[in-house]
Design a protein around this ligand. Structure first.
Ligand code: GLU
Length: 308
């Protein structure tokens, strides 16, 4: 780690309940940083303010506190950092890598669109060739989103849990949105800018974001930010393989009404392979024995104790 201080983070989007999978991510992110003598920070990813009521952020912070998870630095709220993201976009624009896109959702998803694993589509680059004049004319009646050009290049990285990963940006990701047409900066842009600004050295998060990582590494490179280490945690699923979602119960807040935080930590830590049994325990008790190597690469089944 080049002698850099380890800085880990948990960066929830406060748009719904925290379920057991979100809590496991927070637990592992905290343990990973603390087991290396590092710092742990919480960032609230409420860049899309309309989807993220302020109350939900306060609830998450309180909930994390109940599990013994606190931020070592003042909590950053993305909703207050538009100016910072604007500066990052200017930097990318100066490198002539950003272009306005006027395509509607229907156009993007029209027949023949190449679908991506994350539910999006590979951008056809239709607006990339618009002349400055044509774009200025269109912008008089409709606000464009901003897209970042990606190269025909394979980005590789070693994930601390899933191992070697590779993605060809042009073929498997495509030019992606860094600012939406409503002016909201994208998750991709904000997460990279903020991790860089906070000196984050390790990103521990759900495996659903493994696919997003190569384009974030590309963004880091363009913004001149150091690359953190990545650890993507397998998702928690029900016994039938169905994914937990933020809306369908098993919310951590509800679980806390019928059991203690220590019981939940014990059950999750055992299910994830980072504790030898599911005895209730305080999060800090798990620091000495923590190693990301213990986590599986396959989905983790929600412990029965937490199924209610
Ligand atoms: N805010 C994202 C989420 O709640 C996580 C972002 C990240 O950890 O990079 O899904």
């Amino acid at each position: 780690m080049n002698g850099r201080e380890v800085v880990g983070r948990f960066a929830p989007t406060p748009s719904g309940f925290m379920h057991a999978g979100n809590i496991l991510c927070a637990i592992v992110a905290y343990l990973s940083a603390k087991s290396k003598g590092g710092k742990f920070i919480i960032r609230i990813e409420d860049v899309d303010t309309l989807r993220c009521p302020r109350r939900a952020a306060a609830d998450i912070i309180e909930l994390l506190g109940a599990f013994g998870i606190h931020s070592d630095e003042p909590i950053v709220y993305q909703s207050s950092r538009a100016e910072f993201y604007r500066t990052a976009v200017s930097k990318l624009s100066r490198a002539a890598l950003v272009y306005p896109c006027f395509c509607t959702r229907a156009e993007l998803h029209s027949d023949g669109a190449v679908h991506l694993p994350d539910g999006g589509v590979l951008y056809s680059q239709k607006c990339k060739t618009l002349s400055h004049e044509a774009a200025t004319e269109l912008a008089k009646t409709q606000a464009p989103s901003l897209r970042l050009s990606v190269p025909d290049e394979v980005i590789e990285f070693d994930d601390g849990i899933f191992g070697r990963q590779a993605q060809n940006l042009a073929r498997e990701c495509g030019d992606f949105v860094i600012r939406r047409r409503d002016g909201v900066y994208s998750y991709q842009l904000a997460v990279v800018a903020d991790d860089g600004d906070s000196g984050v050295t390790e990103v521990v998060r759900g495996a659903d974001l493994l696919y997003d990582t190569p384009r974030q590494i590309y963004l880091q490179r363009l913004l001149g930010l150091p690359a953190p280490e990545y650890y993507h945690i397998p998702l928690i699923v029900y016994g039938n393989g169905k994914k937990l979602s933020k809306s369908d119960g098993d919310s951590a807040a509800r679980l806390l009404k019928s059991m203690t935080a220590q019981q939940i930590i014990g059950a999750l830590a055992f299910a994830a392979g980072i504790a030898q049994d599911d005895r209730p325990c305080a999060i800090d008790d798990l620091i000495p024995q923590f190693s990301a190597d213990k986590l599986p690469r396959t989905n983790i089944v929600l412990p029965e104790l937490l199924m209610q």
